[in-house]
Design a protein around this ligand. Structure first.
Ligand code: PMP
Length: 405
C-alpha cells in the first residue's frame, strides 16, 4: 500500500504550520523560545477549576455528559449574548446570532467553508495570522494583502484595492482582520480606522471577519471597542475564544453573526464534529457566572504586564543601537514584531539563533504573498522573565554578527 496514492489533491496541498514545525525546539528546555503563542501555564486557574468542574457535574451531569445542540449549550450562549452586550457593546443580539465552536481555529475553518468559493477574494493584513491562512486555504481563495502601519490596516488602501478588484470583476468576500494586539505584529487598529473599515464594508458590500483573541489582555491604556460594535448592518462576523483569556485546553470559542450565517455555520459544524463538548461549556458558564472570569483576566494581566515590560526593555537595551532594526510597541497581547534590514540573510540568522539555543518564528510565514523575509515574531507570554532578557541579548548578538556590525 502506498499511502500517497490515496491522499486527495486537497489533502496533499495542505502545508504544515511553520509554528508547529518548530515546536521541537520550543519543547526542549535548553532552548529559550520566543516561538510559541501559548499562554503561560502558571496562569491557569487550577484551584477554581477543581471546584467549578465538580459543581458542573453536581448541577448539570445529565446534560454536561450528553451530546448537546450543535450551536452550544443554551446557558453559555445566553450568557455570551449578555457578555457581548455588556462588555463589547454589541446590541440587539439573540441566541440565534451566536454559536459555540471548538475554539477559533474551528471558527476560521467553518467561516472559510461557508463563505469562500474558489477564486473569491479574501483581503488580509500583511502580515496576518498564519493559522487563518491554513484554515481558508482548502477553499481556494485569492488572497489580497492590504498594507498596514503602526495603527493597523490602512483604510484608504483597503478602499482603493476593493474598488479596483471589483472593477476587474472580482468578488471580494471578506476582510479578515485581527484588530487588537494583532498576531503577529502586535499593533492595534485605531478607533477611527475601526469605524472607517465598517463604513467601507457597508459601502462596498463585503464582510469583515473580526478575530479577537487578545483584546482583554491589555497592559497599557484601555481595551478598544470591537469592530463589531460599530456595525449596524450585519457586515461584521465576530470571532472570539477562551484560549488566551481562560484555558486553551478546553477548545472553546464563539462566533457572532447574522442568524442566517450562524445557521450555515451550524450545519457545517454538524458535519465536522456534531457539537463542542458540553461539559467544558458548563464549566465555563459557571466560571463566568460566578465572576471568576473577569477577575482571572485581571490576575493574568498583572503577570503578562511584567513579561511585556521585560521584552520591550530588553529590545531597547540590546537592539536600539543596531542600525535599521525596529520593532512594534504593542500595548497588550502576546507578540512583538521585529523588522531587520532587508540585507540580513534571514535563513542564516534563524540557523545561527538555533545554534545559540534561541528560537522565534520567521516573519515570512505570516504573509499571504511571501513578503517579510526580514521580519520575526517574538512571543513574550511563554518565556520566563529572566529568559526574555537573556534570549534577546543572544538574539541581538546573533543579528549583529550576521550584519557584521
Ligand atoms: N486567531 C488568532 C489570531 C490566534 O492567534 C489564534 C491562536 N494562536 C487563533 C485564532 C486560534 O486559537 P484557538 O483555536 O485556540 O481559539
Amino acid at each position: 500500500m502506498e499511502p500517497k496514492d490515496f491522499i486527495s489533491k486537497r489533502g496533499a496541498s495542505l502545508k504544515p504550520s511553520a509554528i508547529r514545525e518548530i515546536f521541537k525546539y520550543s519543547g526542549d528546555p535548553s532552548f529559550i523560545s520566543f516561538a510559541g503563542g501559548y499562554p503561560d501555564p502558571d496562569v491557569f486557574p487550577v484551584e477554581e477549576l477543581k471546584e467549578v468542574s465538580v459543581e458542573a457535574l453536581d448541577k448539570y451531569a445529565k446534560k454536561a455528559l450528553q451530546y448537546s445542540a450543535t450551536e452550544g449549550v443554551p446557558e453559555l450562549r445566553q450568557y455570551l449574548v449578555k457578555f457581548m452586550e455588556e462588555e463589547e457593546n454589541v446590541k440587539g443580539l439573540g441566541e440565534e446570532n451566536i454559536i459555540i465552536t471548538t475554539a477559533s481555529q474551528q471558527s476560521l475553518f467553518l467561516v472559510g467553508l461557508v463563505l469562500i468559493d474558489p477564486g473569491d477574494v479574501v483581503m488580509v493584513e500583511a502580515p496576518t495570522y498564519l493559522g487563518a491562512l491554513s484554515a481558508f486555504d482548502p477553499f481556494e481563495p485569492d488572497y489580497v494583502s492590504v498594507p498596514t502601519d503602526d495603527d493597523g490596516i490602512i483604510p484608504e488602501k483597503l478602499e482603493e484595492m476593493v474598488i479596483d478588484l471589483k472593477k476587474k470583476g472580482k468578488k471580494v468576500k471578506f476582510l479578515y482582520v485581527i484588530p487588537t494586539f494583532q498576531n503577529p505584529a502586535g499593533y492595534t487598529l485605531s478607533l477611527e480606522r475601526r469605524k472607517r473599515i465598517v463604513e467601507i464594508a457597508e459601502e462596498q458590500d463585503f464582510l469583515i471577519v473580526e478575530d479577537d483573541p487578545y483584546s482583554y489582555l491589555v497592559y497599557e491604556g484601555e481595551r478598544p471597542p470591537c469592530v463589531k460594535s460599530f456595525d449596524n448592518s450585519d457586515h461584521v462576523i465576530y470571532l472570539s475564544t477562551f484560549s488566551k483569556t481562560f484555558v486553551p485546553g478546553f477548545r472553546l470559542g464563539w462566533i457572532v453573526a447574522h442568524k442566517d450565517i450562524i445557521r450555515r455555520i451550524a450545519i457545517s459544524k454538524q458535519a465536522a464534529d456534531l457539537c463542542t463538548g458540553a461539559y467544558m461549556q458548563y464549566i465555563t458558564y459557571l466560571y463566568m457566572q460566578k465572576g471568576h472570569f473577569m477577575k482571572h483576566i485581571e490576575a493574568m494581566r498583572d503577570i503578562y504586564k511584567v513579561k511585556h515590560a521585560a521584552m520591550l526593555e530588553a529590545l531597547d537595551k540590546y537592539m536600539s543601537d543596531i542600525p535599521g532594526v525596529y520593532w512594534s510597541k504593542p500595548k497588550g497581547g502576546f507578540f512583538v514584531w521585529l523588522v531587520l534590514p532587508e540585507t540580513v540573510d534571514c535563513d542564516q540568522l534563524f540557523d545561527k539563533a538555533i545554534e545559540h539555543k534561541v528560537v522565534y518564528v520567521r516573519g515570512s510565514a505570516f504573509f499571504a504573498d511571501g513578503q517579510g523575509k526580514n521580519t520575526a515574531r517574538l512571543n513574550f507570554s511563554q518565556p520566563k522573565v529572566e529568559d526574555i532578557d537573556k534570549g534577546i541579548k543572544i538574539l541581538a548578538d546573533v543579528i549583529k554578527e550576521t550584519m557584521g556590525v
